[in-house]
Design a protein around this ligand. Structure first.
Ligand code: F6R
Length: 609
């Protein structure tokens, strides 16, 4: 989604802004621009296309002098991707420049109003109304104009504002869209994402909804919506800059797949002490956990797929009903939630707007919220009653891999810890599951060493236009993720089906040459799954099987090729099975020459509904 970067200090702003935008590229965008104050006015360069094209245009303009400016990557919502619709947008007199993430919902009404006063709009965007409205309200006091605009606009926004009449300061404001302030020696930065600023500073603070910030080179003031000063807590970010670089890999996605053993290790190890899971971060009492009526898992996309696996795991371990909801549906389905509901919210970015809105709705209805989040200090983390971080480090590829794996690991930790508290798991079973969990990083390493085999199979199957992933129980949950990985990065059509459901309609699509990926590692349903595999095989499908090593020969008798993962505790199967699925998707996309880290139309952090 859109990205914002801003700088005010003593150095030339343009190179800092362009570098910040490069670091935000992974979020997905279709155009980019910068605005810099210099010599009495604001200079804007913006273009449809890549940052490289923008950098070239900046160079052609002599590099843009000036020590204060804003940059933006746009992911089009209102108005097609084009030079003129790119941000920054300037007011009619050219004195005020604005960058914006989010959507101004009442922009049409404001636009009409401003047009009736004679304002002429240059673009089709919702954002331009903010720049024009600022000019309309500006009477020499920028903050006053900003608050008037903020009271008039509705929707979600992170805003960066530069005014030629106050050339020593940037204004920032947020509602429902993330914005971070970074503190340096003689400079301040603002950004929608911490990766854009860690090269310059690790001291940051997160703006909360309704807050406005005023930044000069040496000072930072934060106010509430009525301009009352607000004290902000600073946080130290300890992500390494190298984690946001490719480190010799062709793509971030492959690098992040390869980082999974370490990410899972880093996520579980600090939380296992003396043979037990210890979740110091949480303060849920035994009586509260025992009184729970249900757990409602809320998430989107791959995080939702983690939720699908979590349902099987948590119901098995806690013997409590678990419902899994797509965040975008949860808000509008009149959900049955009470004080005895625990909402388990899963999000890599911690900023997905649908998930955040669903979290707020769950809280409003009385639930307590436990979140699993990767980005420290993100909005979902801050608004939860308890948060368990996944220590995956920054995830840059749009398609998630290591965040998914660490989310699964946290689900397993929650299952173990809560089961102990609630007394739903015997000591022997607890020990066996915990030991299996601790073995995962090494087993993940083992799977990754055999990735050439998956590359070979991808070279055989990459031309199939349509792929079905089938499996039962936890295999089905992994199939959902395998299918999403494949379609999002290779653009092949694929679908995941519960294997037993196929014959209720979808099997009519199976014909000679259709590729079916059969996940058959789940022992309790193995025979049943294999019956479904035989059904597709006898209709001529090409079948690629995925199972655990001890079942290889049984699967191999039915399918064309078999991939295996080491045996683990049945509840941990997704943690291993997902890796060959990620690699398969990766190599298929590679063979199609796709833009793997930045698939078309997709964004890393989805901050619009
Ligand atoms: C797919 C993918 C997305 C995200 C989804 C939720 O590879 O990454 O489906 O899982 O957009 O994002 P978060 O987890 O940041 O809330």
């Amino acid at each position: 989604m859109c990205g914002i970067v801003g700088y005010v200090g003593r150095e030339t702003a343009a190179p800092i802004l362009l570098e910040g935008l490069r670091r935000l590229e992974y979020r997905g965008y279709d155009s980019a621009g910068v605005a810099v104050y210099n010599d009495g006015g604001i200079q804007v360069v913006k273009t449809k296309g890549r940052i490289q094209a923008l950098a070239q245009q900046v160079e052609e303009r002599g590099g843009l002098a000036g020590t204060i400016g804003l940059g933006h990557t746009r992911w089009a919502t209102h108005g097609a991707p084009s030079d003129v619709n790119s941000h920054p947008h300037v007011s009619a007199n050219g004195r005020i420049a604005v960058v914006h993430n989010g959507i101004i919902e009442n922009y049409a009404e404001i636009r009409e109003f401003l047009q009736s006063t004679g304002v002429r709009f240059a673009s089709e965007t919702d954002t331009e109304v903010v720049a024009q409205l600022l000019e309309y309200y500006y009477r020499g006091n920028l903050l006053d104009a900003v608050t008037k605009v903020l009271h008039r606009i509705q929707g979600a926004y992170a805003l960066g504002i530069l005014c030629a009449d106050c050339p020593d300061r940037l204004i920032a404001a947020r509602k429902d869209s993330p914005l971070i302030l970074g503190f340096g020696d003689g400079f301040h930065v603002l950004a929608s994402d911490v990766t854009a600023v860690i090269e310059h500073t690790r001291e940051v603070c997160y703006l909360d909804d309704g807050e406005i910030a005023e930044l000069t080179a040496d000072h930072c003031w934060v106010y509430d919506a009525y301009l009352r000063p607000v004290e902000k807590e600073r946080r130290h970010v300890d992500w390494e800059i190298s984690a946001a670089e490719k480190g010799g890999y062709e793509h971030f996605m492959l690098k992040e797949i390869m980082e999974q053993p370490k990410a899972v290790h880093d996520t579980i190890t600090p939380r296992i002490r003396d043979g037990a899971v210890v979740l110091d971060e949480l303060e849920f009492s035994t009586s509260y956990l025992k009184s729970l009526e249900k757990i409602y898992i809320i998430a989107c996309g791959s995080s939702y797929h983690v939720g699908m696996a979590a349902k099987y795991v948590l119901e098995a371990l806690l013997r409590k009903p678990v419902e899994v909801a797509l965040a975008s549906e949860f808000r509008y389905c009149n959900p049955i939630v009470s004080e005895r509901t625990l909402a388990l919210v899963i999000s890599q970015s911690g900023e997905t707007i649908d998930t955040l809105a669903a979290l707020r709705e769950a809280k409003r209805l009385g639930a307590r919220v436990l979140s699993i989040v990767n980005v420290v200090g993100s909005t979902i983390a801050r608004e939860s009653d308890g948060v368990l971080y996944t220590w995956a480090g920054p995830e840059i590829a749009v398609a998630t891999t290591k965040a998914y794996s660490t989310q699964l690991a946290v689900v397993d930790l929650i299952g173990l810890a809560f089961a102990k508290t609630m007394g739903t798991l015997g000591d022997e079973e607890y020990k066996a599951l915990l030991e299996a969990l601790e073995r995962l990083p090494q087993q993940l390493e083992e799977i990754l060493t055999h990735r050439e085999q998956i590359q070979y199979l991808a070279s055989i199957y990459f031309n199939h236009p349509s792929v079905f992933f089938i499996g039962r129980n936890l295999d089905y949950a992994v199939g959902l993720e395998g299918s999403l990985k494949l379609k999002e990065i290779s653009y092949l059509h694929s679908e995941a089906y519960a294997a037993g459901e196929l014959k209720h309609g979808t099997i009519s699509l199976i014909e000679p040459g259709t590729l079916v990926v059969a996940l058959a590692g789940c022992r309790p349903v193995f025979e049943k799954t294999m019956s479904n595999v035989v059904e597709v095989k006898s209709r001529g499908a090409d079948v690629l099987g995925l199972t655990i090593a001890p079942l290889e020969s049984a699967v191999g008798k039915v399918v064309d090729y078999t991939l295996t993962v080491p045996e683990t505790h049945p509840l941990l199967l997704p943690s291993l099975e997902v890796v060959p699925m990620q690699l398969f998707a990766y190599y298929v996309a590679l063979m199609h020459g796709c833009d793997i880290d930045k698939p078309r139309n997709l964004a890393k952090s989805v901050t619009v509904e």
